[in-house]
Write a protein that binds this ligand. Structure first.
Ligand code: XLS
Ligand code: MG
Length: 344
């Protein structure tokens, strides 16, 4: 039980509340003003989409992109903040309507790889070696439209281009089984780790496990984390919660299933997560009903819940847990955990 925990989130986690059925309900907060909120909320790291860091990047030259990212690095320094990762936002451009790396159009695939290289430039300028790939539209709405073997090979090809472009960059795949696609390629941790073995430098490919994405795949997030930890591939996490199989909710951590949240904290702590500098990301969104002046509570609350669960986990009697397990008295162990969570 020796995890070292420091917390991070992305600017998209403070948002206006628009959903597919209705418009924004909160005022939008300028990116620079969001940065000023990080420390107040108890966070030291910032996660970026490439165009959060450098807006309008499609209309800038590679050198202009680097210069703008360097300016941002100074702003981060002034706030005492660190960039954790940068992720290419590949799901909004018209050229990625059919996916980027797996698009059926070779020009679009080329764009996706070039864009990813620019994202790597931004990561370098911000002082991080971590690139996150949420493979949002790399999938299908209709099976017959793409070939899953070819798609896998195309994702490998794209990742290899990134690894070769920058010999230091580390690529972290964030698996998700659906949404926006009907089915997404590389839907689970196991797929991501297996894919890494096909790439030119498997050591530089890891995973970002998001609780809700694992739940949407019908899996237990803490088991997914344990699996990745056993491969030394858990390089960041996106903790949140999810109420069953529906759209990706990004609910505050622990808000649906406190025991499921507890087990995520416990597996991270048990295996010294954070000792190699990994961050705890909270990919959470405020409920749409939340008013402007209290629309950041989901972030500080999620961190508070994490730390409370950590305290509970560390206070448990491990010998007693081992005894119950040895005697296979799982009913007793169950009650012990439930009571511990209720007392907390
Ligand atoms: C969406 C993802 C997204 C990534 C960052 O489902 O969770 O927010 O974490 O690109
Ligand atoms: Mg996420």
């Amino acid at each position: 039980m020796a995890g070292i925990f420091k917390f991070t989130f992305g600017p998209w986690n403070i948002h206006e509340g628009a959903d597919p059925f209705g418009p924004a309900v909160r005022k939008s907060i300028k990116f620079r003003d969001k940065l000023a909120l990080y420390k107040k909320l108890g966070f030291d790291g910032v996660q970026f989409h490439d165009d959060d860091a450098v807006p309008d990047m499609n209309n800038l030259t590679p050198q202009q992109i680097i210069n703008n990212a360097k300016d941002l690095k100074k702003v981060l320094d002034d706030h005492g903040l660190v960039a954790e990762f940068v992720a290419p936002r590949m799901w909004e451009d018209s050229r990625t309507i059919d996916g980027g790396y797996t698009s059926n159009d070779p020009d679009c695939r080329k764009y996706a790889i070039e864009r990813s290289k620019r994202t790597i430039d931004i990561a370098n300028a911000l002082g991080t070696d971590l690139l996150v790939l949420w493979l949002a539209r790399e999938g299908t709405y209709i099976r017959e439209s793409k070939d899953s073997k070819v798609a896998t090979e195309r994702i490998v090809y794209a990742i290899n281009q990134m690894l070769e472009y920058d010999p230091k960059i580390r690529v972290c795949i964030e698996p998700k089984p659906n949404e926006p696609m009907d089915h997404t390629y590389i839907p689970t941790t196991g797929h991501a780790i297996a894919l890494s073995l096909l790439c030119v430098d498997p050591k530089r490919i890891g995973v970002n496990i998001e609780s809700a994405h694992a739940i949407l795949a019908g899996l237990d997030p803490s088991d997914e984390m344990g699996f990745a930890l056993s491969f030394n591939k858990l390089w960041t996490v996106h903790l949140n919660d999810q109420n069953g199989l529906k759209f990706d909710q990004d609910k505050a951590f622990g808000s649906v299933d406190i025991r499921r949240a507890f087990n995520q904290v416990r597996i991270l702590d048990k295996h010294d997560y954070g000792k190699n500098g990994q961050w705890v990301g909270l990919d959470v969104k405020a409920m749409r009903t939340q008013k402007d002046d209290v629309a950041t509570k989901h972030l500080s609350n999620s961190k508070e819940v994490f730390l409370k669960l950590l305290e509970i986990s560390r206070s448990l009697d491990d010998e007693y847990i081992a005894k119950c397990s040895k005697e296979r008295d799982y009913e007793e162990l169950d009650l012990y955990i439930i009571k511990s969570l209720m007392r907390g």
